[in-house]
Design a protein around this ligand. Structure first.
Ligand SMILES: NC(=O)CC[C@H](N)C(=O)O
Length: 184
């Protein structure tokens, strides 16, 4: 996967078939960057063609894969993840994995792109969702932990550096599920 981005205006796509795409868009638009950023909701392969990079949001991975297939986006996405930078949040990370466990009856379509294996709903069901403080390498204020929100979240079970891609860097770990649930 190529990780370098062109220096001119960047177009960041957000896969907008289902899930938290609007929240990702709002966060990107709040960023105060010293370069021009265009944020594009991606629903067609023509949208995808305009993107320098892509975010696949959290949501429901099976539904996102199904909608991608119905809208003719599945194959373009599989090609995109081989050559361009892609970020996967929760369901997005499941879609970027090479192997998934805990899948629904009928299986789970994936895009590949990251040489990881992942367990869908690996921390438990919806009622077992939780928040946990994380030390994230590279965040500006490393004195304060980042609050990770794990909503029916996946667990990355294994990762393997691929000979063609950049080395994998782990920026945070959560070895055990904490007791606290989501606070309201
Ligand atoms: N927060 C999420 O994105 C949940 C992912 C969901 N469990 C799935 O399988 O797609």
């Amino acid at each position: 996967m190529a990780l370098s981005l062109p220096p001119q205006e960047l177009t960041i796509g957000i896969l907008a078939l289902q899930g938290a795409f609007a929240e990702h868009q709002a966060s990107l638009e709040r960023l105060n960057l010293n370069r021009k950023l265009r944020v594009l909701q991606v629903r067609t392969s023509q949208d995808l063609d305009q993107c320098d990079a892509l975010i696949i949001p959290g949501g429901e991975s099976t539904t996102i894969a199904l909608l991608a297939r119905l809208s003719g986006l599945l194959e373009p996405l599989k090609s995109f993840v081989k050559t361009k930078p892609v970020w996967g949040t929760c369901a997005g990370a499941i879609l970027l994995a090479q192997a998934v466990t805990g899948v629904k009856k009928g299986g789970q379509e994936v895009l590949g792109g990251m040489s990881i294996s992942i367990a869908r709903n690996g921390w438990g069901s919806q009622v077992e969702s939780f928040e946990a403080p994380l030390q994230v390498e590279g965040l500006r204020d490393s004195r304060h932990p980042f609050t990770g929100v794990f909503i029916r979240a996946p667990v990355i079970l294994s990762l393997k550096n691929s000979p063609n891609g950049p080395p994998i860097q782990i920026v945070a770990r959560l070895p055990h599920r904490p007791r606290s649930k989501i606070s309201h």
